[in-house]
Design a protein around this ligand. Structure first.
Ligand code: AMP
Length: 406
């Protein structure tokens, strides 16, 4: 489509073409939602046969620094969106000369740098942990009053990468040497009760819709399990949604955005912001009226947002490389639990800590969904006894029979 024919109103109706920068699992699930709604999707990333590329109409392999390739990509689509935040801002600027780009540069630039993000939260008077930006060993020594803490790189960090826990001042020097960066942020360690997230969307008309909070459990700083409804009290749930709305309005975000929080007694603190669909929101595919991926499509295409209400309790367990490594995974055992769904991202190689897929469990209570998601994950691992599988299947069948007939 030529630039002259592009929609000026921001409305991209089904039948139009969405461009996606990045081609991982978030792009894959957004593409699947877009295809349901009759859109065409072109993905652009350095990778080939990527999770999103496998399901898109067109997969373009290119470098984010290649202005010519980005321009050619943007000219072919009506709107450009992204599925991860560690993209050069210049790539968005280039794409923006030929197509609408959502979320925009203000959202991306603030959320891809931890130092800018934390300072933004401070300016907005949004509660977050105590922190100090450090650019030298000397700076870090001067900030030792914040210990115990976590030293994080300000850019390119995700899933615990680029993070070092510093328990006491004796560890400062080795921590600074091993982080190997010219700018980092030292955050005071938060003794939280639990973690949760709010996933929300905002469209170009300013309509805002948030999902109820989702409780998150991490292992080795990587999301392990999420479930909804969360165990957050109703007042704090509303407060967290209000904070999320304030963040999206201040950044004029169009699209889906996730705010991760710590809950400490009756206080909530923002941990970080992700300007895209989020791993914790995967459970909205089965658990909610509109999935976060459909919501992303609606928001970036200028359409009204869908309902975010929850249909039934739901839990999600991530499948990392180490959960699949050992021989042939027993997918059949997990799938013999009728309330369990398997999602795989089409990644060829299982590597430790690499997100390969996820499991979703639907049941009557949080305790049950969480237990079923974890049981299904255990059943997938090779060598697990079939008895455990049989027990889990019997329990799950009886839950579903109760839901249907009682
Ligand atoms: P991040 O990549 O910053 O979201 O960190 C990943 C995980 O590390 C978080 O979800 C927490 O479980 C943990 N974490 C990060 N920062 C802190 C902090 N300041 N205090 C306590 N735990 C943290």
């Amino acid at each position: 489509m030529s630039t002259a024919e592009k929609p000026k109103s921001g409305l991209v109706l089904p039948g139009g073409t969405i461009g996606m920068l990045g081609s991982g699992q978030l792009g894959r699930m957004t593409t699947i939602a877009a295809k349901y709604m009759g859109y065409r999707v072109h993905v652009f990333s350095p990778d080939k046969d990527s999770p999103a590329g496998q399901v898109a109409d067109v997969e373009i392999q290119g470098d984010y620094a290649d202005t010519g390739a980005l321009e050619a990509f943007a000219k072919q689509v009506d709107v450009v969106t992204l599925e991860f935040e560690n993209l050069p801002v210049a790539a968005l600027e280039t794409a923006g000369r030929h197509a609408l780009v959502h979320p925009g540069i203000a959202t991306l630039s603030k959320t891809q740098n931890r130092s800018l993000e934390k300072n933004f939260l401070k300016q907005q008077a949004i509660p977050t942990c105590q922190f100090q930006i450090v650019r030298s060993l000397q700076d870090l020594k001067l900030a030792q009053g914040l210990l115990p803490g976590i030293l994080k790189t300000t850019t390119d960090g995700y899933d615990g990468k680029g993070q070092i826990v510093i328990r006491d001042p004796a560890e400062i020097e080795s921590a600074w040497q091993s982080i190997q960066t010219s700018e980092a942020i030292l955050e005071s360690f938060v003794e939280f009760d639990f973690e949760f997230s709010v996933v929300a969307a905002r469209n170009s008309a300013g309509q805002f819709a948030a999902y109820p909070a989702i409780t998150n459990e991490h292992k080795n700083q990587i999301l392990d399990v999420s479930y909804s409804p969360s165990n957050l009290d109703a007042g704090l749930n509303d407060k967290a949604i209000e904070i999320t709305r304030d963040i999206m309005e201040a950044l004029d975000t169009i699209g889906v955005l996730c705010v991760e929080f710590f809950c400490c007694g009756d206080k909530i603190l923002v941990n970080e912001i992700a300007p895209r669909p989020h791993n914790s929101g995967h459970l909205t595919i089965e658990g909610h009226v509109t999935s976060q991926f459909e919501q992303q499509v609606r928001a970036v295409c200028g359409l009204p947002l869908g309902a975010t209400c929850q249909k039934q309790p739901v839990a999600m367990a991530n499948l990392l490389g180490q959960h699949l490594n050992d021989g042939q995974p027993h997918w059949d055992r997990a799938l013999s639990m009728p309330g369990v769904k398997v999602h795989l991202y089409g990644k060829a190689k299982a590597v430790a800590d690499r997100k390969m897929g996820h499991l979703v469990a639907l049941a009557e209570t949080n305790a049950q969904t969480r237990a079923d998601a974890l049981t299904a994950r255990e059943l997938i691992a090779a060598g697990e006894s079939a008895d455990a599988g049989d027990r889990a299947v019997r329990r799950n069948v009886s839950t579903i029979v109760k839901q249907l007939f009682l």
